[in-house]
Design a protein around this ligand. Sequence first.
Ligand code: A2P
Length: 347
Amino acid sequence: MSDKFMDNGIDTAVVGATGAVGEVMLQILASRNFPVGELFPLASQRSMGKTVEFKDKNYPVINLETFDFSKCKLALFSAGGEISKQYVPKALEQGCFVVDNTSMFRNDDAIPLIVSEVNPDALGDNKLIANPNCSTMGMLVAVKPLYDKFGVKRIDVSTYQAVAGAGKKAISRLSEQTMDMIHMREIKAEDYDPFPCQIAFNLIPQIGDFTDNGYTTEEMKMVNETHKILEDSSIGVNVTCVRASVFYGHSMTVRMEFANSDWSVDEAREVLSVAPGLTVIDEQKDGGYPTPMNEGGGKDDVYVGRLRRDISDPRALNLWLVSDSLRKGAALNSVQIAELALEQNKL
Ligand code: A2P
């Protein structure tokens, strides 16, 4: 850490501080004792007059539109891609180190995309770091140690993603629609937003928009970001992303095809059980696996279970994975990137 901030801490802006991820960012900055100096919680005009809580104190929300980023050294962005497109360049020009949680800069070759346990060395001298997609993040925390040990050639993944990943409005929508269903009230199409159809008691096989190849933007994020983070575009990545009627905790089935069949499930479990940021719950009995209700909300680690060899192909391992999309999938990793920058004297 540079001397200037040793005593007073790092003056920090959280862009999108009133949002689902922004709120968790504030909690995580506090709980990990990140050395925040002055805090600037930023949001839109809509939030003027509101406050956010940080370390038992209330802070008035500040309007992003007129904010002078030269007041702070670190800016954590999580207010949507368009906001990042508009304001990240300003924050950089005004001297901030920026961690961007949106997809705006993730595919830019010049900008590192970092999962703290996977590729911390990618930080380099960059002042802008992109935080990966929430599902890519959870998946790679489990894939990387197996990739290093056994050489992953192909990944087949299907996700069951919680509504929290789509923001506060999405969380409210699932509660409202759940109440409507219980009280047998009709749910109208105008009440689907931000989803394309009813989410309560449903599964929606679309996250993001459709692209020309028939996959959705969320699915293509998992493909492209996996290649970029592992620096290996030879890995086959086959993805289906599904929004589930679950409040917190993204889940997924992951099938990894290794270079050969010369490994055992016990070895794979051992590799995962000592990997950073991972907890294995794989008891092969009733309830002996992670679920989004138990492990998907408020926990930092990525959880894996249901480890078994593919009976149709001895090279492949199947597993089940649960992680909190707001924590490891977004806010926690953003703060971990800031911690890396601090450790490496980049802040
Ligand atoms: P606001 O609450 O003022 O709308 P979520 O992902 O939960 O929907 O949260 C989105 C976050 O991004 C909120 O903090 C929201 O602030 C913020 N945001 C959205 N649009 C803007 C904008 N135009 N300017 C600043 N912040 C914005």
